[in-house]
Design a protein around this ligand. Sequence first.
Ligand SMILES: Nc1ncnc2c1ncn2[C@@H]1O[C@H](COP(=O)(O)OP(=O)(O)OP(=O)(O)O)[C@@H](O)[C@H]1O
Ligand SMILES: [Mg+2]
Length: 349
Amino acid sequence: MPLARASWSVDLRDLPPMDVIFGQTSAMAAARERLEKIAATTVPVLLQGESGTGKDIFARLVHALGNRGSHSFVKVTCPAIPHTLIESELFGYEKGAFTGAYATKRGRVELAHMGTLFLDEVGGLDMSIQAKLLQVLQDGSFMRVGGQETRSVKTRLVCAANEDLRQQTEDGNFRLDFFYRINAVTIELPPLRDRAADIPKLIDYFLAVHSKAYRLEPKPLSQGITRMMQRYNWPGNIRQLENLIRGYVLMGDEESLAADLVPLAAKGIVPEIDLANPISLKEITKAATRGLEREIILKVLQANGWSRRKTAKWLNISYRSLLYKLQESEVNRVSARARKNGASSAEPD
Ligand SMILES: Nc1ncnc2c1ncn2[C@@H]1O[C@H](COP(=O)(O)OP(=O)(O)OP(=O)(O)O)[C@@H](O)[C@H]1O
Ligand SMILES: [Mg+2]
């Protein structure tokens, strides 16, 4: 079933420690202050930030720190659900509502009763669904697909977007009334490049997590590479940092880590070739193409304000295949390193 995974409760112990999450740079202080002010209320929250800046973590924090922490936290990754299924997925359906509706089913909105409904990448929601959600926000009422009865629900709405929703309203792709409702409070998550002073602590945290997970003991990183990381511009933000550290734990090799911090343009397109061992032209071309593809995607993402939807459109590929490529580019790299390193327990997340 092409459903987004929902999680039913949030345990703060599953999140990184608070001092790691918030760090000490002023860029994050404003986000922390807002979070603390609104957590105990039920106002809708909009989390805005580039990819990998921690919107998912913040959504869980809003839920866990609020009064509804013991109730369900229901996450919906909006663009991952096909347009034809989104309404029944969110609002549920009555038996016989359509072919295949053999039994009544509750939707995500209903499952989030008394808890938190987290709409991730809300910019990808159809306008008709926005209208139905607006009603839920106004008076908690909705109808299941094929239903006659108006139902009511109490849920806190948290939305996340990595694109500029205001711009989308101007372009006519997002309802203005819905936008005003969901952004009662906006929390901006800063990009990692604005948090250079927090990088050493994040590095230590990810080193500890992945050393434990893979039962490896890598050498501490040198000051030189740490400084290089503090100067890097991190298009993939904390997720990218975590992936690099995971790769380092598996490989124990600072040089490949340093190579990842140099933009492809500075390296030239031709990859480094290990002349000591024969290698198939097909393999090396495939690897180079994949690297180039990744760089192009990152560039287009950056140019499109990190909107994956716009990027997919711009590159003329489907949204799903973009998500797949983004995932693949990190996962493949890490698992290839793991294989090379002979770490059999090295399964990527
Ligand atoms: N402040 C933070 N402290 C520690 N780890 C973090 C922090 N923010 C994010 N991470 C880690 O970085 C990764 C990406 O975070 P998250 O999924 O919350 O980002 P996101 O903003 O939702 O990204 P996307 O827009 O791509 O969905 C996760 O593995 C998360 O644990
Ligand atoms: Mg996310």
